[in-house]
Design a protein around this ligand. Sequence first.
Ligand code: TXA
Ligand code: MG
Length: 319
Amino acid sequence: MSIISKDLQKAITLLTDEKLVAIPTETVYGLAGNIFSEKAIKSIFSTKKRPLFNPLIVHVPSINSLEDIVIHVPEKAKLLADAFWPGSMTLVLKKSDKIPDIITAGKDTVAVRVPNHPVTLELLKQLPFPLAAPSANPFGSISPTKPEHVERYFKNDIKQVLDGGSCTNGIESTIIGFENDEPIIYRLGALALEDIEAVVGKINIKNKEEISPDAPGMLERHYAPSTRTFLVDNVATEVKKHQDKKIGILVFKNSLNDAFLTEIILSKKGSMQEAASNLYDSLHELDHQNLDVIITEKFPNHGLGKSINDRLQRATFSL
Ligand code: TXA
Ligand code: MG
């Protein structure tokens, strides 16, 4: 029997009983548990096979919930929260004593966000505790953007995927931390950099070498299909190098018109938003077609294209 269901009451009962439920958000599905239940949190780490040094994001129903969770909100954090919450942005702020150390991997900061999905917002409003929720995939694999992706990964491990349909944004939240009250991007994500800069001005991005011990979402190989996957400027040229193989290609908007290839076009009309929302589902799709190689195309490096390139680089062997 399928574990996918829309039954909100069942989700509330399971979570109250310290069990895990996969929840929909506008970015990707999360594997959620009560932040105050050590049992639930430990089971998040073991189910995902996630190392304990990798901290979790705390999901809350509204900006007002920040009071209980953090001890300091810089001015620019307030501006960002007002501009983007509920939405695809996670803020890393100084944590209050109430947040268990296992959530933050012993750090003095906590990652928090108000997700923008009606089902999960309703769930969070009804629960008397916030939810810790990493993406609902085994550590290192492609994040899930449909309930079926989660079911494939975890049908033997959890009792419910709360069905909220396909994730509209399709890549993880943008993570923003603060140093001396100035914002820094820790992970590019579903918000375009330009939109964030329109609110707080020019903002630095911490590169992955610096950040990897802090934010393993930035680990070099992550979000990866199990099929050998390449990221290139010119897909047609790369295809020629693999002639004797079964090839899948993932392109932004233009078809290669080659009947021998398995091809997915991310957005025929050339919308980066649409491409982002289709990205992981397309990678899941190609990864299950018994291909020898997947060849993916670099995006224009601005707006969401920058975030998509970041994910593709981590999913692939860049050439
Ligand atoms: O869109 C999202 O953010 C999804 C949905 C479910 O909300 N969640 C998600 O969680 O992507 P996860 O666990 O896959 O990625 C969270 C990232 C990790 O890279 C983690 O290292 C970083 O957030 N992180 C969490 N707490 C942190 C902290 N205190 N300081 C720095 N990075 C932190
Ligand atoms: Mg993840």
